[in-house]
Ligand binder design. Structure first.
Ligand SMILES: Nc1nc2c(ncn2[C@@H]2O[C@H](COP(=O)(O)OP(=O)(O)OP(=O)(O)O)[C@@H](O)[C@H]2O)c(=O)[nH]1
Ligand SMILES: [Mg+2]
Length: 335
């Protein structure tokens, strides 16, 4: 399951207590103060890692604690410091410390922010020794570590979203184009949650199948159309074993438009999938039908035999690179 928002609790370690101890020497009943200071509690850090699916792994364990410092010891020895804790968050995440109102962003791999400070260790009685007080009975307790609740959000910028009817071959296609391993099934709604794959640094999302009525909540559609809104472009899959591919295509377009008219403005490439199931003539005739309807970016592919997949991947990467270059160019000109 893809999780893009999660709330966790974390606590830095408490400082260890300072202690009251006395030097023990033969024939000296009270050899002076020798209680050590407590160790500091561990701090809590967050660290960005390259794992977009990371948040789903935290659903069982949402509470994190750094180690406490140990109490001071006899013979003036410090207690051991508690170990720091590193919580991994996916690269691209924004983390909000709810109570303190602080916001951290994690843009680079291995970027680290300290989010909670451990409590300082308390002072042992040796610390209070002075010319006027040679046998201090005083010590102080360790301070508590900071606690906090954090919202981790991953507002992913998906470069291209694969959409289409159930069984259109979307999962097969994301598997062929990226490093992911989406479940493929010969039945509708195999995919229940969006799934991400990476292709030369670009993020593709396999969106669960849409059906007529999706914009009103039929099937799984409604919930996932908001993910479609966030993508930079759409890869609209239409299987060639449909009786009338153009009709299928138009039906999905109409659902997109009903949900959000601006989705129709979003750049879209049509992938005519399952070319291996029909003749070459058939492929060409469907392409012609799309062209006549004014749909120009149409690419026939087979996820099964991988015919046309490499060419499609190369074109897509090149296109996305240009697209980003032009966005950067535009924003530089505006500022
Ligand atoms: N012959 C052939 N079969 C394909 C091809 N692509 C997918 N299939 C088959 O079509 C069925 C559906 O494929 P999926 O990739 O699961 O389709 P999907 O669009 O992800 O379906 P949902 O997740 O249910 O929306 C499976 O039985 C696949 O093996 C293809 O290029 N050729
Ligand atoms: Mg699927």
């Amino acid at each position: 399951m893809f999780v893009d928002e999660l709330t966790i609790k974390a606590k830095a370690g408490n400082g260890g207590n300072g202690v009251v101890r006395w030097r023990r020497e033969k024939f000296v009943p009270m050899g002076g103060p020798a209680g050590g200071n407590g160790g500091n509690g561990g701090d809590v850090y967050m660290r960005a890692v390259r794992d977009l699916g990371l948040l789903s792994k935290y659903t069982g364990s949402k509470e994190f604690e750094a180690e406490n410092g140990n109490a001071g010891e006899k013979r003036s020895m410090y207690g051991k410091h508690g170990a720091d804790l590193y919580i991994d968050v996916p690269m691209g995440a924004t983390v909000t410390d709810i109570a303190r109102g602080r916001v951290y962003t994690f843009l680079e791999e291995n970027e680290v922010h300290k989010v909670l400070k451990g409590g300082r260790g308390g002072l042992g009685n040796e610390h209070f020794k002075s010319a006027t007080n040679r046998s201090p009975e005083e010590s102080t307790p360790g301070k508590s570590g900071e606690e906090g609740e954090f919202i981790i959000e991953l507002s992913l910028i998906v470069d291209a979203g694969l959409i289409g009817l159930p069984n259109a071959g979307k999962s097969t296609m994301i598997n062929a184009l990226t490093n992911t391993n989406a479940k493929v099934g010969a039945y509708p709604f195999t995919t229940l949650e969006p799934r991400l794959g990476e292709m030369y640094g670009f993020v593709l999302a396999d969106i669960p199948g849409l059906i007529e009525g999706a914009s009103e909540g039929k099937g799984l559609g409604h919930k996932f159309l908001k993910h479609v809104q966030k993508t930079k472009m759409l890869l609209h899959c239409v299987a060639l074993d449909n009786e009338n591919p153009l009709e299928v295509y138009t039906a999905i377009r109409s659902e997109l438009g009903k949900f959000d008219e601006s989705l129709l403005e979003k750049e879209e490439w049509v992938l005519l999938t399952k070319t291996d199931l029909v003749s070459e003539d058939e492929v060409q005739s469907v392409q012609k039908t799309f062209a006549n309807a004014g749909v120009l970016h149409v690419y026939p592919v087979s996820g099964e035999t991988r015919d046309g997949v490499k060419e499609l991947g190369d074109m897509l990467v090149k296109h996305l690179r240009n697209k980003i270059a032009s966005i950067v160019h535009d924003s530089e000109h505006q500022s």
